[in-house]
Design a protein around this ligand. Structure first.
Ligand code: MYR
Length: 185
């Protein structure tokens, strides 16, 4: 039997992080389940999850900028990399790889290295058509809108639907120039 004794700070933090991650995953699952019960329509649930994510994304940007020390990105390409490498890591504990850029540099895809949202999830046949992780597409859309980029974010691959990865497509639709808040006079 392992001796009982004080655990190092690192070990305690590692286990607290793990418990928080599990609680988060289970809580998200409970929200999806409740939405399915209340709305009785997977398309509506997809929309609600996306909207929830959007509302989170527009708020997460401030926290992200305050904690990350990331300076302003020069273009959409750099912003996509920052979200995939720094944003995903900060809020989800994983990173994503960005690729499949179009020639204009306005469409790319993000493949998640891992997806903690689905850790304990199995979808019944009645949930066909559900984009279980749609909160993430909403978060990215909301966060990008706060840095003046209007985007469309859609799932290209979803392992809960039998694909071999989780892959999001992010299309930049419009880049709104930021307004200088003061008049020069
Ligand atoms: C800039 O100011 O140009 C950099 C802006 C980067 C915005 C990044 C926002 C990250 C939001 C978190 C995404 C989390 C996905 C789970």
């Amino acid at each position: 039997m392992a001796p009982i004794g004080p655990r190092s700070g690192e070990a305690i933090f590692a286990s607290v992080d793990r418990v928080n991650a599990e609680l988060f995953t289970l809580t998200y699952g409970a929200i999806v389940r409740q939405l399915l019960t209340d709305l009785e329509d997977v398309e509506e649930v997809n929309k609600q999850l996306d909207q929830m994510g959007y509302n989170m994304g527009i708020r997460l940007v401030d926290e992200f900028l305050a904690k990350s020390n990331v300076s302003r990105c020069v273009d959409f390409k750099e912003t996509a990399e920052v979200i995939a490498k720094v944003g995903f890591k900060m809020f989800l504990g994983v990173t994503a790889s960005v690729g499949n850029w179009d020639t204009e540099g306005s469409t790319c895809t993000m493949v998640l290295e891992d997806n903690p949202l689905v850790d304990f999830v199995e979808l019944p046949d009645t949930c066909q058509g559900l984009y279980y992780c749609n909160v993430l597409s909403g978060v990215i859309r909301g966060a990008l809108e706060m840095v003046s980029m209007k985007t469309e974010v859609t799932w290209l691959r979803d392992m809960l639907r039998g694909d071999d990865a989780y892959e999001l497509q992010v299309k930049l639709r419009k880049q709104v120039p930021e307004e200088y808040p003061y008049k020069d006079d």
